[in-house]
Design a protein. Structure first.
Length: 312
């Protein structure tokens, strides 16, 4: 993954704040507009249109972003991605996809969607809408979809494939066009057409999803790709709650992937061929294969838990 650095993010945030301040100054006008600009930027001396006044580099750096909630969202999402966190907070060791959406992605998406795309002053700042903050948001959403695939799958839920082609490209750090050459019946990544309601202009509506087992196996096989550490015993607790043997086997297989083991590693450690593992991922495997994978993950988790506290 190519995560924008904090310097890029904070500069781009300041640029977008200028664009937002300009919108507010035009809507409110006069004294109220000046008050809104001051409240947003933390500066009382802004005169005229903000995009003109903040054109100088030294003026832009005066904007106090530490006062704003959106800054905390951006910094938190950056920290999650930098540490490959799968849980409710950075490095807490759980698998949960909801918090990253509610605490970070939704506020950032709302903010980006609200930025004007019309330039009013001498300088056109509208391009900043597609800067580092949007890059972070798109990558964060891709990461959230990956967590969703792991979270739901390790609980035995395979009704929906959350990973899109653009998600996997972002997670791999490659161009989407390059990834599309690997998607399809003759490639390593099988696809399925799905539909999702569009929340904002930043979101997708219709999209092509990629089979989660194919996608995560391929990502784990790439040099440098990592998943955050999971608390010992957590996936074993989830597997104990699943009664159907095939569903449990599929959940165990995705859990093994959450622990960083691709098909090749699982095959080598269990003696089960990759072909049989892929069939299990499709829900077509035998109960013997499913049981073998479930026992492998349970044993692996028992070893991980032997010197640690319970996952709770």
């Amino acid at each position: 993954m190519k995560v924008p650095n904090l310097t890029q993010l904070e500069r781009n945030l300041r640029e977008t704040l200028v664009l937002k301040a300009e919108e507010l100054s035009i809507i409110a006008g006069s004294e109220v507009g000046a008050q809104l600009v001051s409240a947003l930027t933390g500066l009382n001396a802004v005169h005229g249109l903000p995009t003109d006044w903040f054109a100088a580099e030294n003026e832009l750096e005066l904007i106090d972003i530490d006062r704003l909630a959106i800054t905390a969202c951006i910094r938190d999402l950056h920290a999650r991605l930098e540490t490959h966190s799968l849980g409710m907070s950075v490095n807490d060791g759980r698998i949960s996809c909801e918090e990253v959406e509610q605490e970070d992605l939704d506020p950032i998406e709302l903010y980006l969607s609200s930025l004007p795309d019309v330039a009013l002053a001498a300088y056109d700042w509208t391009g900043c809408r597609n800067g580092a903050v949007k890059e972070l948001f798109l990558l964060g959403r891709a990461w959230k979809h990956l967590i969703e695939a792991l979270d739901y799958g390790s609980n035995g839920d395979f009704d929906f494939e959350p990973l899109t082609v653009s998600d996997v490209a972002l997670l791999a750090g490659i161009e989407e066009r390059s990834l599309r050459n690997k998607v399809g019946k003759n490639g390593p990544l099988r696809s399925v057409d799905q539909y999702r309601e569009r929340k904002s202009p930043v979101s997708q509506r219709g999209f092509v999803a990629i089979d989660r087992f194919d996608a995560i196996d391929w990502l784990l096989s790439r040099k440098g790709f990592e998943l955050g550490r999971i608390r010992p015993g957590l996936v074993a607790i989830r597997l104990e709650r699943i009664s159907d043997p095939i569903v449990k086997g599929r959940a165990a297989l995705i859990s093994a992937m959450a622990l960083g083991k691709n098909f090749e590693i699982v095959a080598a450690e269990t003696g089960i061929s990759t072909e049989l593992l892929k069939a299990l991922g499709d829900g077509l495997g035998s109960s013997e294969v499913a049981q073998g994978v479930a026992e492998f993950v349970a044993e692996h988790e028992m070893k991980r838990s032997s010197n640690t506290a319970s996952a709770g």
